[in-house]
Structures are given as structure tokens and as C-alpha cells.
Design a protein around this ligand. Structure first.
Ligand code: UDP
Ligand code: MG
Length: 315
């Protein structure tokens, strides 16, 4: 029988893992034609998440867990899960029940019988989210889709079910700065979108502050577009052209009307403006350089501390 691996990244989710397991395992038990394994990835939680996962692994069949040596972030936790998943089908799901497990049968059907390589979930609303955050999110998707050739679908969750082949393709994208929403799309394959309403977190708190999301958005843009670099060059060129005309103007004015130097306040404004533009453009360069630096160091995406569950202790 085919095996479906469900990867669940968990960071400080002690309040929710039991409820997650109860609801998800009930759905899994009803899946026909596949066995399932739940692969929890403890992303360096500082609460009791790991001990709950261990207890779950002792108690239940079909539960495995990995524990990372520190908090590496959700993207790294997903990568760790993908590397350790045994299934012919692989799904990724959040631990907070914001991804309704009841969709699993539908996702599986689309991939198994529907001729798709991947079935992914996108939410059609952002109910329960602060309006400002929704607004920024929408602007981000507009911006990144203008700048990048890779399509980043608005409202796409990381909740998806895919074939082994696609999971392997994602693993081959071994970059350190992982922006999964982009990577899922970049590897191609036929993806079918399933729409759902936004669900609120079952327990615990979101790990994403507004500032973290802003940095994440920046990561996404830098990882999937070089448009900012082009914008910087075009801006530089445009300013050069502008200054050329300004010089012509000053020369002609001097020759025709004479007079001496005047207008130093405007000069100060121009200098300040240009200094600002230059710093801005150097900043853009810096963003790319910093990421290049992190990539060339070739550090591992995650480090495993221990693992266990169904297949015994130890690596
Ligand atoms: N998560 C993780 N590592 C982190 C942050 C989050 O593994 O550093 C997990 C978290 O436990 C959850 C999922 O990623 O299962 C989504 O996180 P969260 O619900 O906080 O994000 P939101 O749904 O608010 O976007
Ligand atoms: Mg959540």
C-alpha cells in the first residue's frame, strides 16, 4: 500500500499538538488505499512540545518525530521533514489546525487520480486578521508578482500534498534562504488549487510578528527577483540624464545672463537627495550581497538533534 507522509513543523505548540493529532489521525484513519505517517518536526521549541511529541510517538502507531538542535525557522523545519519523509506522497501541514485536515482526502484524490503532481490550499479570505496586516500582505503579493517571473499565489498556504517526485525536486533546491512559497512554484509541476476559508489558530500564538513578516517579504523579493537591482540602475541612469540637462541649463544661463553663483539652498537639497538615492541603492546591493554571502558559506539548512517514533530511536 502507498504511504502518505504528513510533515508537521512545530515550534512551541505544546498547547495544540494533542488536538492536532486527534483531529488529523481521525481523518487519516478514514483514508482509503494509503497508510499514513505523521512526521512532526520540533523546530527547537522551548516549551514542552518535544516531550509531548515523544509521548505521542510512544503511544501511537504511525507517528515519528524529528527534533532540530535549535529554532531554524519553519522553512528549515519543512526541509528537514521532506528529507526524512518516507512516503510516496508527501503533505505539509501546520500544527495549529489552521490547515483543516478534513481537506486531506480531497487533496489525495486530486494527486492520485486527478493527474496532478500537487494539490495545494489557498485561503480566499483573511478573516480574523488585523486589516493593516491584510493590506500589506495584498500589496506584497501584487509587488512580488510584478517583479518576479515565478508566480506567488496570494493566500497560498504552505498546506499541500505532492508526489515524491515533486518533493525530491524541492529538496534539490538546496538554497539556504528558503522562501517556500516561491520554491513550490519554481519547481513547476501541475498544481491544483483548492480554496478554503481562513481558520483561526486552535491554541497558542502565531510566531509571526508584523516585523518578522516584513523581513520575510523582503526575503521573498530578493530570493525570487532581481528587479530591485535593475530599478537601482535605471534610477542612477535617469538621475545622470537629469543632471546633464541641469548642467546645460546652468551653462546657458551663465552665458546669456551672466551673474554669479546663486541658489545654494537648492544645491544642498540636491546633494541630500542624491546621497539618499545612493545609500538606498547601496542598500539594495547589500541585500543581495548579504544573501550571496550566506549562500556561499554553504551552512546546513538545519541540524538534527534527535529523532524517534515509529522507526526506533537514534539516527
Ligand atoms: N513554525 C516553525 N518554526 C518557526 C515558526 C513557526 O516550525 O520558527 C511552525 C508553527 O509551529 C506552525 C507553522 O510553522 O505549525 C505556522 O506558524 P504560525 O501558525 O505561527 O504562522 P501563521 O499561521 O500565523 O502564519
Ligand atoms: Mg498558524
Amino acid at each position: 500500500m502507498a504511504l502518505l507522509s504528513i510533515i508537521v513543523p512545530c515550534y512551541n505548540e505544546e498547547a495544540g499538538v494533542e488536538a492536532f493529532y486527534a483531529r488529523t489521525s481521525a481523518v487519516c484513519a478514514a483514508l482509503r488505499g494509503v497508510e499514513t505517517e505523521l512526521l512532526f518536526v520540533d523546530d527547537g521549541s522551548s516549551d514542552g512540545t518535544l516531550s509531548r511529541l515523544k509521548a505521542l510517538g510512544e503511544r501511537e502507531r504511525g507517528v515519528r518525530w524529528l527534533s532540530l538542535s535549535r529554532n531554524f525557522g519553519k522553512e528549515a523545519a519543512m526541509y528537514a521533514g521532506l528529507e526524512h519523509a518516507n512516503g510516496e506522497y508527501v503533505a505539509v501541514m501546520d500544527a495549529d489546525l489552521q490547515d483543516p485536515p478534513e481537506l486531506l482526502p480531497q487533496l489525495l484524490e486530486l494527486v492520485r487520480g486527478g493527474g496532478y503532481d500537487c494539490a495545494a490550499v489557498r485561503r480566499v479570505d483573511r478573516k480574523g486578521e488585523p486589516p493593516i496586516r491584510s493590506w500589506f500582505a495584498r500589496q506584497f503579493y501584487k509587488l512580488i508578482n510584478k517583479m518576479s517571473k515565478t508566480e506567488i499565489v496570494d493566500g497560498a498556504r504552505d498546506y499541500r500534498l505532492m508526489t515524491r517526485q515533486m518533493a525530491d525536486a524541492i529538496l534539490r533546491v538546496g538554497e539556504y534562504n528558503r522562501f517556500s512559497k516561491g520554491i513550490f512554484s519554481w519547481v513547476g509541476f501541475r498544481t491544483r488549487w483548492v480554496e478554503t476559508q481562513n481558520a483561526e489558530r486552535s491554541a497558542g500564538e502565531s510566531k509571526w510578528s508584523f516585523f518578522k513578516l516584513l523581513l520575510y517579504a523582503l526575503d521573498g523579493i530578493v530570493a525570487f527577483s532581481t528587479a530591485p537591482l535593475a530599478i537601482a540602475s535605471v534610477l542612477g541612469l535617469a538621475l545622470c540624464a537629469g543632471s546633464f540637462f541641469a548642467i546645460l541649463f546652468v551653462i546657458v544661463r551663465q552665458l546669456v545672463w551672466g551673474g554669479s553663483a546663486f541658489g545654494w539652498p537648492s544645491l544642498v537639497c540636491i546633494i541630500l537627495f542624491l546621497a539618499g538615492v545612493q545609500l538606498f541603492c547601496i542598500g539594495i546591493l547589500g541585500q543581495y550581497l548579504a544573501r550571496t554571502y550566506l549562500e556561499v558559506k554553504k551552512r546546513p539548512i538545519y541540524i538534527l538533534r534527535e529523532q524517534g517514533g515509529d522507526h526506533g530511536e537514534g539516527p
